[in-house]
Design a protein around this ligand. Structure first.
Ligand SMILES: [Zn+2]
Length: 273
């Protein structure tokens, strides 16, 4: 099994699909199999979650925020390898679960939470936790001017900047490569050396790639529920990510798989400048 770190499109896909499934339903039971995945005692966690309803699911960067009708928020970060399943208990996947929420006959399974977590927080602690995150790339306030200012303030290479959550939120290994490819620039270019024209292209590609990836259900191909045909639909649409040695879809040359500061990176050295 390959482990992936879900990024903005994958979490946004989960947010939309889960909103349909769990909003307004009472959480009847909570099973915690891994104490390390939560931030309070199991007893406290159950006491403050069981009997409450999720009124809204929001996303900030790669986190999902489950807002409870008590005013508390459950903050989920799947990190590397975490996935969600929403099924009847009999349809439960053959993997150990770290946390389960029971809604009548159906359950939300949290799986692969080794580094990932589900923390219960009050408003003020939530704000504090999210304060260091950079801007959301799909918000209308994230303009070319904002991106230009950000890029001019750093000397790092594009790959490192794009995956840095305090620089921009929600982008990871997959979409940083896809965005650079779409823009036609190399991921090892320095952010502060891009021309205004390149920054405009980068800004446009960011919106383009992240929006399309979200529409097609992201690249993690494990269905959230039975008959979920949306999740993972972008996997086959990635143009460079995980396509090392395969022909570039734009120019036909081989895609290069490399490592930059211990991160996997994929690009075409022929048509990315
Ligand atoms: Zn190419």
């Amino acid at each position: 099994m390959f482990y992936f770190m879900p990024e903005l499109p994958e979490m946004e896909n989960y947010r939309v699909l889960l909103t349909d499934k769990v909003i307004g339903k009472q959480i009847e039971q909570v099973i915690v199999n891994r104490k390390k995945s939560i931030n309070v005692s199991i007893e406290q966690f159950q006491k403050k979650v069981v009997g409450y309803k999720i009124t809204k699911i929001k996303r900030r960067a790669k986190h999902l925020l489950f807002i409870l009708d008590s005013g508390l928020t459950l903050v989920l970060h799947l990190m590397l390898g975490g996935v969600l399943f929403f099924r009847k208990e009999m349809d439960k996947p053959n993997r150990s679960t770290q946390i389960e929420f029971v809604f009548g006959e159906e359950r939300l399974f949290f799986i692969g939470l080794r580094l990932g977590y589900l923390h219960l927080l009050e408003q003020k602690d939530l704000a504090e936790k999210l304060i260091s995150l950079g801007p959301e790339p799909l918000e209308s306030s994230f303009t070319v001017q904002v991106l230009t200012k950000l890029l001019k303030s750093r000397r790092s290479i594009l790959k490192s900047l794009l995956v840095n959550q305090s620089f921009i939120s929600g982008i990871g290994n997959c979409y940083s490569d896809e965005i650079c490819f779409e823009t036609g620039i190399l991921p090892m270019r320095k952010g502060n050396e891009l021309s205004l024209e390149e920054i405009e292209k980068l800004h446009f590609s960011m919106q383009q790639v992240l929006t399309q990836a979200t529409i097609y259900g992201g690249y993690m191909d494990m269905p959230l529920y039975v008959n979920d045909i949306l999740t993972g639909g972008y996997d086959d649409r990635c143009k460079v990510y995980d396509r090392g040695n395969e022909p570039c879809l734009r120019c036909g040359e081989s895609i290069i798989q490399d490592k930059i500061s211990s991160r996997k990176v994929f690009y075409c050295s022929h048509c990315q400048l």
